[in-house]
Ligand binder design. Structure first.
Ligand code: IVH
Length: 695
């Protein structure tokens, strides 16, 4: 996974994103259990935060891939140890997102469709800022504040009553006699930007943890086990919805806001009641323009159907109400100084330029680095050291440099000269035709590549050696404990030395030994992937494993394929999804004697399991090209095509010499004739059904 995790989110494919979200959900849940359940975190807070951030970033770019078990759905990772649990009488919901005016129109149209409203009926919407804080539920019984809870996973949160009592804006009692016996109100606890800056200054002075943004500061302050710490933090609150009520409070959301405002709860003064979509969009634009001048962070607007009876009818889908939507703001931009461009070397030797920036807050996060992707990108944008650049963070995505500000360029500025030698090992860094990356040619003499390859080798989707993270690999490599991949399997013999190292002990060294030994038997596809051959990701590794079946079979075929005149080479490039470019990377891997030696060395430690053959391998039409003609009675053409493809066949539109089979339905015309002329086998529909068998 390391390789994929390093891929900037904006470059991930949908498949990679889905895979990574699944892995992140599992990994974060495991860390949560270690932290909350066993009180034994296995990674640092910063690493943990980075995992959660990556999860959010991917979800922000691919919202449709967000999983039900997503860590972002479990705000604050479920109830933390130390706080009692609170089950919410009514679940605390999240909101669906709208990203543009089309999504907003669709939201309004869906509301109308769902309610079956006539065109003359107006739908009032309350638009209010989406506060970037942390949601809480406040329970009042007979006017007394009795319990306050975090959202937790939406169903169960943490009891933070004592902490919430320290908020000066929170009414402890509600005087008005006309209030329901049970009143749960919900809202957002936040910190203003000024208060956040002051808090961070004081934290830094005392050598304490500084927070990344006001939201984190608010969350961290509220979830203190010691309420006296919370009391010293400048937390504020806006209330915007309700939970359990012993009797209704209002018939509209607007009236609700009005009433709770009267009871002393802070409500957001920017909220508006609107009816026309154009007004709503205009208001969104106004608020977005004012965003930077507001004292607190907002990340969009929330639109709510005003009538409570309609809200009830609209209900919810999964965890979000159908009657509300969050209309996000476009990415926040900021300007800052680009101090220096440095160049990093990755596992495959690719040189990636990185912009080192004067730290700046953009989208609520302090940014000090941004990727410049590659040499061409620097030229295209003419980015230079000393330039003032415009940065953007879309949602939580890694910051992008959009452009430079030409008027702020220093007079003596010079274009950035991309190195033609590796900054890590000094080898020539060359760029092949058609490639965007310049690569270090140092291979195994390049320490950066060696270390990155080792990290990849032990990473989650490769050997998955638990407890052996990137930092350990760097340290082991630096101290000469590992040079190549097989040295990982020599570590158990050095367990006593490892136990003596800083940050290690008998137990952790023992666990590492077990983790390594558990991985000495490995499926072929993981083994191939772990080698980190360029362009051989998980999918290709799986294809290769299935195609060649065993390590011996694969190695043998690759050695033969070094000669492009052989059947082995032709067979390789004919594999679906491989082709000459991937084949070239594979043969260049096998042509290097040090790689072959590394393989021999590894094989002496490992049992590499043969690959399971694909289930459809035995399909009678696997790999064949089919044409359907005439009308089928038992299934539509679309279904027939889908079945054929699922069984590994290709479906073509016209008959040629390359066609293997033509399925002839009723009233077939020229295609059936052509098949007969060319001597291509034909099947009736009944024969076709017989051939493919039941679904
Ligand atoms: S309404 C059933 N209104 O956004 C309605 N939520 O992405 C539930 N939020 O969990 C929420 N400002 O923490 C609502 N004016 C606002 C909000 C707001 C911020 C947060 C809230 C919620 C999250 C959903």
């Amino acid at each position: 996974m390391a390789g994929e995790r390093e891929t900037p989110v904006e470059q991930l494919t949908v498949e990679q994103a889905a895979r990574e979200l699944r892995a992140l959900a599992q990994e974060i849940a495991e860390h949560d259990r270690a932290y909350h359940g066993r009180d034994a975190p296995t990674i640092s807070d910063a690493e943990y935060d980075a995992l959660r951030r990556r999860n959010t970033e991917i979800e922000d770019r691919f919202p449709h891939l967000a999983r039900r078990d997503s860590p972002s759905e479990r705000v604050g990772a479920g109830p933390a140890e130390g706080f009692a649990k609170v089950s919410h009488a009514l679940p605390m919901l999240s909101l669906d997102n709208a990203f543009d005016s089309g999504d907003v129109r669709e939201f309004l149209a869906r509301v109308r469709r769902f309610l079956g409203l006539s065109p003359e009926t107006t739908v009032e919407i309350v638009a209010e800022p989406k506060i970037d804080g942390l949601s809480v539920s406040l329970r009042y019984e007979e006017g007394e504040f009795v319990q306050g809870a975090t959202r937790g996973d939406g169903a169960t949160g943490e009891n933070i009553t004592q902490n919430l009592k320290t908020l000066s804006e929170l009414p402890k009692t509600i005087g008005d006699g006309d209030i329901p016996g049970v009143l749960e109100v919900r809202g957002e606890v936040y910190m203003t930007r000024d208060d956040f800056a002051a808090l961070n200054r004081s934290q830094a002075e005392q050598g304490l943890k500084v927070f990344a943004n006001p939201r984190n500061a608010a969350a961290g302050s509220l979830r203190q086990l010691d309420p006296s710490i919370t009391a010293r933090r400048p937390l504020r609150m806006f209330v915007y919805s309700w939970g359990e009520l012993s009797e209704p409070v209002a018939e509209t959301h607007w009236e609700f806001l009005d009433r709770i405002g009267g009871w002393g709860f802070p409500t957001n003064p920017l909220s508006r009641r609107l009816t026309e979509v154009d007004e709503i969009l205009e208001f969104h634009g106004d608020c977005e323009a004012r965003r930077a001048t507001l004292p607190y962070d907002i990340d969009g607007m929330v639109y709510k159907v005003n009538r409570v009876d309609w809200q009830r009818r609209l209900g919810m889908v999964s965890r979000a109400p159908r009657w509300a939507v969050a209309h996000k703001f476009s990415a926040e931009k900021a300007q800052t100084l680009l101090r220096e461009i440095t160049v990093q070397v990755g596992r495959t030797g690719a040189l990636t330029p990185v912009a080192n920036l004067e730290p700046v807050t953009v989208g609520g996060v302090v940014v000090s680095r941004a990727t410049l992707h590659n040499e061409d990108e620097i030229v295209r944008k003419d980015v230079r050291e000393g330039d003032t650049v415009i940065l953007q963070r879309a949602g939580d995505v890694i910051p992008q440099i959009l452009a430079v500000v030409p008027e702020k360029r220093p007079l003596d500025s010079k274009p950035f000269v991309f190195p033609d030698h590796c900054p890590e090992c000094g080898s020539v860094a060359s760029r092949e035709a058609g490639e965007v990356a310049r690569r270090c040619t140092g291979g195994l003499i390049c320490p950066a590549q060696v270390v990155e390859r080792l990290k990849h080798f032990v990473s989650r989707d490769a050997f998955d050696i638990e407890g052996l993270g990137g930092k350990h690999i760097e340290a082991f490599w630096r101290d000469g404990l590992v040079h190549g991949p097989a040295d990982i399997f020599r570590l158990p013999a050095k367990a006593a030395d490892i136990a003596q190292r800083e940050g290690w002990g008998e137990t952790s060294a023992g666990n590492l030994v077990t983790a390594i030994q558990e991985r000495q038997t490995i499926p072929l596809e993981r083994f191939i992937y772990a080698l980190g051959i360029r362009q051989v990701g998980q999918a290709t590794a799986r294809t290769l494993a299935r195609h060649y079946g065993s390590l011996v079979g694969w190695r043998g075929a690759m050695m033969e394929a070094l000669d492009a005149e052989t059947d082995a080479y032709r067979d390789l490039v004919n594999i679906d999804g491989i082709g000459p470019s991937v084949a070239a990377d594979m043969t260049s891997f096998f042509s290097e004697s040090h790689n072959r030696e590394a393989l021999d060395d590894l094989q002496s430690f490992l049992t590499v399991e043969d690959a399971a053959q694909p289930e459809d391998g035995g399909s009678p039409i696997s790999g064949k090209t089919l044409v359907f003609t005439g009308s089928l009675e038992e299934m539509t053409r679309g279904e027939a095509k889908a079945r054929a493809e699922a069984l590994g066949a290709k479906v073509a539109g016209s008959v040629s010499r390359k066609t293997d089979l033509v399925v002839v339905g009723a009233d077939a015309g020229s295609k059936a004739r052509k098949a007969r002329e060319l001597g291509v086998q034909t099947l009736t529909e009944a024969e076709w059904l017989d051939l493919i068998g039941p679904v």
